[in-house]
Every structure is written in C-alpha cells, then in structure tokens.
Design a protein around this ligand. Structure first.
Ligand code: M6R
Length: 369
C-alpha cells in the first residue's frame, strides 16, 4: 500500500534509511560483523582468490560500488560484470572463484542463468537478494538477504542502498576471516555503516523539497550528463539510468577522468551536468581532480549541479547548484550521494506528468532473457 504517498517510488525513496538499518539489523555486535546466514560457511569464503559480481541494471551499479570496498578490505580481486555478458564469453571459473550475484527480485532471468552457469563450472556462488525464497538464492550456495522490504516501483531505489550495505557487510565478514582488516579497523567501518541511515534521513529532510523544485524548473531539459570518479562513477551511472527510465530523456554517466577522452565534446552552453564530488577529507587528490573537471566543463558553459559534502567550499565558484550531503568516509559517500539523484529523477518525471511507478516498456522483474 502507498500509505498516503503520491507513488510507490516516493514511499520507497522515503524508506531508504530503513532499508539500510534493516539490512544491518542483527548483523552487528559490539563493532563486529556477524552474518547468521553465513555461519558454518567459512570455508566457502576464506580461500577464494577471485570474486566476480554479476547483476543487471541498478544491481550491477551496486556491485560496482561494492568492488571498491571489497578489494580494499579483503585484498581479493573483484570484477563486476553484467550477467548477460558474463555467460556468453567463456569466463575462466574454478573452485577458487566466488560468483556473487545481486538481484532485488531474485528472479531476473539473465542473472539466474549466469548463476547456474557459474555453478555448473565449479565456482562458488553467493546471492545478495531482497526477496525471501526467490529462485536465485535457491540456486546459490549461500545467501545474504537485503531487508529493504518489498519494492513495488519499477525503478529500484531502496533496494540499491540495501545492496551496497549487504555487500559492505559481506566485505567486512570476509576481511575478518582472512585477517585483512584488524578488529579495530572493522569497528571503524561499522560505526560508519551505522551512521548511514541517519545521514540519508537528513538529506531527505533538508534537500528533498529543493531538489524537487529544481527538477520542476528543469522539466523541459532534453539531456543530462552525470560525472563521478572512483565510487562516484557508478553513482553517476545510476543517476543517468534513473533519469532514462523515469523521465525518458537522454542521460549518460561518465567517469570524470574520461572527459577529455571524448565526452567533453558534448559540453555546450546550458548543458546540465551533475557532478559527484568526493570529500576533500578523503583523497585530496581525487577531490582536486573532480574540481578541475568542474572548471573545465563550466568554462565551456555547462550548468553544473554539484553533489558535495557539507562545508566543501571548493565547489562554490563554478557550481550553479550545490546539493549537500553529510560528511562520511570515502567508501560510504555513495550511499548518500545517490539519494539526491533518486529524488531528482522522480521529481523530473513527476514534473513531466509521467507515471513514476510504471514507466513505459519496462517490467519490475525481467524474467525473460
Ligand atoms: O531484480 P533485479 O535486481 O535483478 O533487477 C535488475 C534490474 O532489472 C533492475 O535493477 C533495473 O535496472 C531497474 N529498473 C533500475 O531502476
């Protein structure tokens, strides 16, 4: 039930804080991560030498965010691949490969077929899934459920933040098994994770009306670009996907570093570009590079909408709009930066009079290949 909300999507965006806290619930104990579903399965994860994440659409972007954390925390190489590409290229798989599938519905045919394929070839399989008892978790060796609650709107929102949360929990679990992080380091990341729901709630409270107003002004926009670097790159892709599927306008996400290798040719006067700005407190170098991308595009007339942490003044000279997110560690910023993009896509589609719950040509669960 929509319960007073104008759409399921509006309700589900408002539930993003709960999606994270419910996914954490029962899995954190005194600064340690304990995933009851994975009890007794240590052998499955301790000795893997490679992880391949497979998924489609938004779930694949969650996987791309997760890659940065998983590699950093576990020191195991992680590749992320679209499920429908993975299966048709004769991938190298063996008992030391862990294939992690991510799916909200647990029924996406492309992902299911890729999981079966990986299992038949001897790989180990873990499913990250939002739907209890769905086919993909049943076909996998292990499952970590996201507890985002039922997601009805075709566009995935709260499931996305829950998927990143589950991947992070899994990463910390494996880091403990392999000894790649100390208990103190794990506890620091747990503190960050626990703070995420409150920070998302703050964005909804402080920025949502402004973003919706702003989306309203942009209702006639024909094309929007999104730039990000590091963990901000998959968030840029997610922002673009949401705008395509909901508002039916041309939208593209780029790695900011790729600009001068081609996409900067698209920049002309008035072109709206969202830029996800990493915190200057993380890697100062990353921050400087993104600021210089902003300078390059604004010099060519782009209309820059920056998503930046509170207090970051470096964005002010060139940005036409700044959407603020609370301070967080570098790997936790994507869980915050995506929220304004979900609100924006929903706001723009609403301003155009479109049905945000049921966009044209799309199904919630893609059960054909
Ligand atoms: O149920 P799944 O997570 O497997 O679905 C994967 C994609 O079909 C899904 O994320 C799709 O891209 C969404 N409509 C994006 O908002």
């Amino acid at each position: 039930e929509k319960g007073g909300w104008s759409s399921f999507m509006a309700k589900e965006v408002s539930e993003e804080p709960d999606a994270v806290s419910n996914t954490l619930r029962g899995r954190l104990h005194d600064g340690a991560v304990v995933i009851p579903e994975l009890e007794g399965l240590d052998d499955l994860f301790r000795d893997v030498s490679r992880v391949i994440v497979i998924a489609c659409g938004t779930a694949a972007y969650a996987g791309q965010v997760g890659k940065y954390a998983l590699e950093q925390w576990t020191r195991v190489p992680v590749d992320v691949e679209l499920a429908h590409e993975f299966r048709y290229r004769d991938p190298v798989l063996g008992p030391d490969t862990l294939v992690v599938s991510i799916s909200q519905s647990g029924e996406t045919m492309d992902t299911l077929m890729a999981v079966k394929y990986a299992r038949e070839r001897g790989a180990k399989t873990l499913s990250i899934c939002n739907t209890q008892g769905a086919t993909i978790p049943r076909e996998s060796d292990a499952v970590v459920y996201t507890h985002a609650g039922p997601e009805v709107a075709v566009a995935s929102t709260k499931a996305f933040v829950a998927q990143i949360t589950a991947l992070y929990l899994f990463g910390l679990h494996v880091a403990r098994l392999r000894g790649s992080l100390s208990p103190v380091e794990i506890a620091d990341h747990v503190v960050e994770l626990e703070a995420v729901p409150g920070k998302i709630a703050q964005i909804l409270e402080r920025e949502q009306p402004r973003i919706e107003q702003f989306a309203h002004w942009m209702a006639d926009t024909r094309s929007v670009l999104f730039l990000g670097r590091h963990v901000g790159f998959p968030i840029a892709m997610e922002g673009a996907l949401k705008l395509k599927e909901l508002a039916y306008i041309h939208a593209e996400g780029f790695a900011a570093g790729e600009l001068k290798h081609g996409p900067i040719a698209l920049i002309e006067a008035g072109q709206p570009v969202f830029v996800i700005v990493p915190s200057p407190r993380g890697s100062g170098e990353l921050h400087r590079k993104v600021i210089s991308s902003i300078e390059e595009i604004s010099a060519r007339g782009a209309r820059v909408i920056a998503i930046a942490e509170e207090g970051d003044a470096a964005v002010l000279p060139q940005a036409d709009e700044v959407l603020r997110i609370p301070l967080a560690g570098p790997l936790f910023e994507p869980l915050l930066a995506v929220v304004p993009l979900h609100i924006f896509a929903m706001g723009l589609a609403t301003a155009k009079g479109l049905d945000v719950d049921q966009p044209r040509n799309l199904a919630k669960s893609v059960t054909v290949e």
